[in-house]
Design a protein around this ligand. Structure first.
Ligand code: TYD
Length: 129
């Protein structure tokens, strides 16, 4: 789900504030950012059992593939004003990173490798149950 953030702007520039539970539906427990991506690389290739995340291209642009197991959607993130909320149990791939892309991720949980589903067939099986 794409969200447009409220920009607080004045003659000095712009500011965006994101508050847990107000602007996004979870408490932020972790923040990480992805940058310096090499040409034509693709990342992600996983789903999460519980984790929810909000992705923002604070600089540059990239594309995100969201796969629900039933349908696929590609989302362009090209503005610090836009955030993509990815709920649990969605397969995601990130690609087409511009050289200046800094992809900021706000996450609902601490890092936990056990929360990852990295096998696509295992992911699809979840939706068949
Ligand atoms: P990975 O999940 O492969 O990144 P992506 O989904 O963007 O392709 O993560 C790369 C490495 O970083 C992997 O060894 C796990 C580690 N990592 C952490 O230690 N903490 C984190 O919060 C994240 C997201 C990854």
């Amino acid at each position: 789900m794409l969200k447009n953030f409220n920009v607080i702007g004045d003659d000095r520039g712009s500011l965006i504030s994101i508050e847990s539970k107000t602007d996004i539906p979870f408490e932020i427990k972790r923040v990480y950012y992805i940058f310096g991506n090499k040409n034509n690389i693709r990342r992600g290739f996983h789903a999460h059992k519980n984790l929810q995340q909000l992705l923002i291209a604070v600089s540059g642009s990239c594309k995100i593939l969201i796969d629900s197991g039933k349908s696929k959607e590609e989302v362009l993130l090209d503005s610090p004003k836009k955030g993509l909320l990815i709920k649990e149990l969605l397969w995601r791939e990130m690609f087409d990173f511009s050289a200046d892309c800094v992809l900021l991720v706000l996450a609902s949980e601490h890092y936990d490798e056990k929360d990852y589903i990295r096998d696509y067939n295992q992911f699809l099986d979840l939706w068949k149950k």
